[in-house]
Ligand binder design. Sequence first.
Ligand SMILES: O=C(CO)[C@H](O)[C@H](O)COP(=O)(O)O
Length: 230
Amino acid sequence: MKTTGGTDAQKRRAAAAAVEAVEDGTVVGLGTGSTTAFAIRAIGDRVADGLDVRGVPTSFAARELARECGIPVADLDEVDAIDLAVDGADQVATTDGALVKGGGAAHAREKVVDAFADRFLVVADPSKTAETLSHAVPIEVLPSARTTVSAGVSDLGGEATLRRAERKDGPVVTDNGNLVLDCEFGAMSDPESLAADLASLPGAVEHGLFVGLADAVYVGTDDGVDVTEF
Ligand SMILES: O=C(CO)[C@H](O)[C@H](O)COP(=O)(O)O
């Protein structure tokens, strides 16, 4: 379900530019995914040069990488504020910065961290941008609510598919012990209203529509970085 059309060079450029905004003495939200991994490594390089930051990881994978890169980590409930969050996306609406996230099944923790941050910077490559969001929307669900949430998605005009694990029999299980439904809605003309409808489904822990949260989007290209502020 992940969109992986961008090159590593594009992702690295976006990440490097966003990480320039990380200041000494701050708390930084650390997103999940291959693009954010470049940002975590870039922050690690700056920590090695003396930068004083604490990272709040959004997943097991982000925590492991941050530790490997020498970034001191803290849990969300150990910090009073997050100054800046850097995170990737599966699709970015160029018009207003609305996002589909959750390709790494980490969107529940990502949404808390990204929304809590004073500034949320999205790092992406050109394959992620679109005028209208149309990527499947992941919903993390309580295991027992898989069929009822699927029915709710059908009522909203979507089609839910249980995300299967790649190197394990059975479904993907999130860091929170839940399952993920990837929900196709086609082109989404009103993501904000769909987000509200999905949030109201009993048993839906969190969905991957991030509307009105991004402050800036950094898109790495072959020869630079396009930055859009929202
Ligand atoms: O939302 C996410 C994880 O839950 C990721 O940020 C999203 O899937 C993008 O990942 P990548 O940078 O590897 O394409």
